[in-house]
Design a protein around this ligand. Structure first.
Ligand SMILES: Nc1ncnc2c1ncn2[C@@H]1O[C@H](COP(=O)(O)OP(=O)(O)OP(=O)(O)O)[C@@H](O)[C@H]1O
Length: 331
């Protein structure tokens, strides 16, 4: 695990112009509800302009971490800065003025039109030029043509875009999107991910929570895996412990036999037998190696059950770190 990425230490905690600070700096942040730990000892830094993914299974503490950073929940221990502002109750109004949160349930008024919803929230947020803010927000999510439709008449994917437009109304510097693709079909989810990528292109900082690895990989510059504690932080391709240069091979027969069959095409020193039926081949580009390995094994009469790509390896790392299933006690 690239633990350098976890090293936002107290030494980094310097005062100064809040615009020069990272979007988010957490130092040993902990939240407990009575005996129940929502998250603990989270030290993390999110830079400006990043799309940052907070990954974890149900009950991992993702939503509570977002709510804490958004000043909606008070931390039990540790400290944090949001856009360079100390996370303290007295700074709540200033922090909330400069961030936006989209909760998992978007909470739009179904009977009101898109534009009426946005107008309502723009007034609540104290936006100055409401019409302009709405126009820009609708343009950003490509929904101008549906501005007069009632929200209840929109698909779930379009409603999610309205909810994202709502977060843009106050020109936030940092946007938290809690499970932005939850409940969407693959096409609507892809649209929302593209929208998030376009927010980055506009120079915004976005933190999304998700339990979907593939989404995090697609859209995030960096991801953190959380299960109460931070288990890993890094670029999606780095989290597999260098696994992007390795290939996992599972065969029906003995792994040792398969290793022997691979001798003509792969140096033995690069092949590690990880269990009775599984090998790992290190130090080569998987895309180049996979067809060669497959051909050699099939030629030797091995039954090839799986050739895992780095994407799948990241998933393995994730499952290994979070322990696969969610414990009932974590819910
Ligand atoms: N207001 C609360 N009071 C008591 N416990 C809470 C409260 N909010 C969250 N928790 C507990 O904190 C833990 C973390 O919950 P949280 O909702 O942050 O997880 P999550 O990763 O967002 O999960 P999900 O993906 O299911 O939304 C859970 O054990 C949850 O029951």
């Amino acid at each position: 695990m690239p633990d350098h990425a976890l090293s936002a230490t107290s030494a980094d905690w310097s005062a100064g112009d809040s615009h020069a600070h990272p979007a988010l700096e957490l130092d040993g942040l902990t939240k407990r509800f009575g005996d129940r730990v929502a998250f603990e000892s989270v030290t993390l830094r999110v830079d400006r302009g990043e799309v940052f993914g907070l990954l974890g299974p149900n009950g991992a503490g993702k939503t509570t971490l977002v709510r804490t950073c958004a000043t909606l929940v008070r931390p039990s221990e540790g400290r944090a800065r949001v856009l360079g502002i100390d996370l303290e109750a007295s700074n709540g109004p200033e922090i909330r003025r400069r961030i936006a949160v989209m909760p998992e349930a978007p909470g739009l008024y179904g009977n009101l039109s898109v534009v009426e919803n946005l107008r309502l929230f723009a007034r609540l947020y104290g936006v100055h030029d409401v019409d302009r803010a709405i126009r820009e927000a609708l343009d950003a999510v490509d929904l101008s043509s549906r501005r007069d439709d009632a929200c209840r008449a929109l698909s779930k994917g379009l409603r999610q875009r309205v909810a994202i437009a709502r977060t843009l109304l106050g020109q936030p510097e940092l946007i938290f999107l809690d499970e932005p693709t939850s409940g969407l079909d693959p096409v609507a989810a892809r649209d929302v991910l593209e929208l998030i990528a376009s927010l980055r292109a506009q120079g915004r900082t976005v933190l999304i929570t998700t339990h979907r690895l593939d989404e995090a990989e697609r859209v995030c510059d960096r991801v953190a895996i959380l299960r109460q504690r931070l288990l890993a932080v890094g670029k999606p391709g780095e989290l597999g412990l260098g696994s992007q240069r390795s290939l996992v091979v599972r065969v029906g027969g003995a792994a040792e036999d398969a290793k022997a069959h691979l001798a003509p095409v792969v140096e033995a020193a690069h092949v590690v037998v990880t269990d009775e039926h599984t090998l790992r081949i290190d130090g080569a580009e998987p895309d180049e190696l996979a067809p060669v390995v497959a051909e050699a094994l099939v030629h030797a009469g091995d039954r090839l059950l799986e050739l895992a790509s780095p994407r799948e390896r990241l998933e393995e790392v994730y499952l290994e770190l979070v322990g696969g299933e969610t414990k009932e006690s974590d819910r």
